[in-house]
Design a protein around this ligand. Sequence first.
Ligand SMILES: Nc1ncnc2c1ncn2[C@@H]1O[C@H](COP(=O)(O)OP(=O)(O)OP(=O)(O)O)[C@@H](O)[C@H]1O
Length: 561
Amino acid sequence: MGKQYSEKAYRWNQENYSRQRRFIDIWRFVLTLITGLWLDGKPWSYRGGYTEQKHAYRRKTQAIWIRDTFLDLGPTFIKVGQLFSTRADIFPSEYVEELSKLQDRVPAFSYEQVEQIIQEDLGKPIKELFSAFDPIPLAAASLGQVHKAQLRSGEEVAIKIQRPGLKKLFTIDLKILKGIAYYFQNHPDWGRGRDWSGIYEECCRILWEEIDYLNEGRNADTFRRNFRSYDWVKVPRVYWRYTSSRVLTLEFLPGIKISSYEALEAAGLDRKLIARLGAEAYLQQLLNDGFFHADPHPGNIAVSHQGSLIFYDFGMMGQIKANVREQLMETLFGIAQKDGDRVVTSLIELGALSPVSDMGPVRRSVQYMLDNFMDKPFEDQSITNISDDLYEIAYGQPFRFPATFTFVMRAFSTLEGVGKGLDPEFNFMEVAKPFALEIMTNGNTPDNNSFINELGRQAAQMSSTALGLPQRIESTIEKLERGDLRIRVRSIESDRVLRRLSGIQLGTNYTLLISAFTLSATILFVNGNVLLALVVVLVATVLGFALIRLLRRLDRFDRML
Ligand SMILES: Nc1ncnc2c1ncn2[C@@H]1O[C@H](COP(=O)(O)OP(=O)(O)OP(=O)(O)O)[C@@H](O)[C@H]1O
């Protein structure tokens, strides 16, 4: 905890939050952000004229300001920011990059508050429950802090205690955020093609789950069960008698953080092996158990002195249904064969893409990406590159990836990053091969074909079909194109008809005005008010010209239809 993060610096750091104060603080942030975004799009707001560099610089400064304000606004926003940092499909890359640096460097709360929460939740004072209790926390985060203690029966435990007043703060903040989501949803520019209400609901669900330690305890138990036959993975046991929704008592399992590369080496551990185990443990969760750690930042994985992996923090877990892993493989094959259509179809079936009426542009973007970035052999692809490319496609499109999908991509990239830090030659795809092969062969032991051979075989199959049946493929492509085209032509036609209709309406208005003005001019003239009559005639003439122009335009429209 740095000195600059003193308790006084944070207005949110208290037990009793004022709804009005939060309302003002949060909306002030939103309004400043909206003004900034509005100015971004106005070339006159750039001193010395608009340039791409100035625009990029502004975005970057804005992103840093958003990150700092989120930290100032407290736990809800720190968590929301961390969630948003996985959503490169929704937010500009500068924002995502800054938000991923959002760490909860926040002050710890006092030992007196810890005592009070334990007394309230477990019904007895610390002294009666534990034979030792370290008043200085091992770690302090935005939602809670961890203290080391010892049970009366002798076991060493790590106790996670929730920040006081968190439920109240979440209730107030999430209500205000609902209003903000509603505002953005109904905004003519920012609401179009974006499901802000859906994003809000998703955030709410994840945040409430994260502060229910009973839920976290259950997740830890499931995770532990899934790994019970693996002696190289350790998951802390939950002491349910000392656990409540705000207090989680776990078996104490110390370790060296997986990202402390030098410390691992100093302890005589094999960095290459740890990198491989990390990836394997994750693939096991994802592809075999279907229950995975959705927040695998390096702080949540440690290595014991015996070399086994230790997982902490089960507040955010993802679930993947059984049929999904086959679909994941289908996507992988689509990518390997550079088949945009197959990738799009499998992503739709995965629920990673929501079908829109005209999938043509999406398919074309995917195909473009496959044609352009797949110049390296499949094995040499990096997960981070693949996910960056996918996000680039998704950003600005009227669809979004479901949270589970972005969590998986994020987890893969994180593990790839940590893996490369541990072992510069580490290749995630290499580790994934046997898992993928097992799924492809439905658990049958594969023959001596490697994963890449299998991909090659499928690709060869595809190209021989292409050679044998050029006619059919061509006609299929033609049909596809015609499908796109028809949708586009129809939309242009209806667009024209609508424009013509509004033109006709405008013409009627002009005609009415001209008649009214001519009538007024005549009455004025008859009554001897010549000058005023002339002015009115002038206005009627201008309107007359406008009407003639409009009629000519409508005539052009008619010829086009
Ligand atoms: N069972 C345990 N044994 C030893 N140390 C632990 C244990 N559980 C947690 N810790 C330590 O406390 C730290 C924080 O734990 P955890 O990540 O569960 O807290 P958190 O409040 O959810 O933090 P985050 O903001 O990262 O989600 C861990 O990184 C680890 O160093």
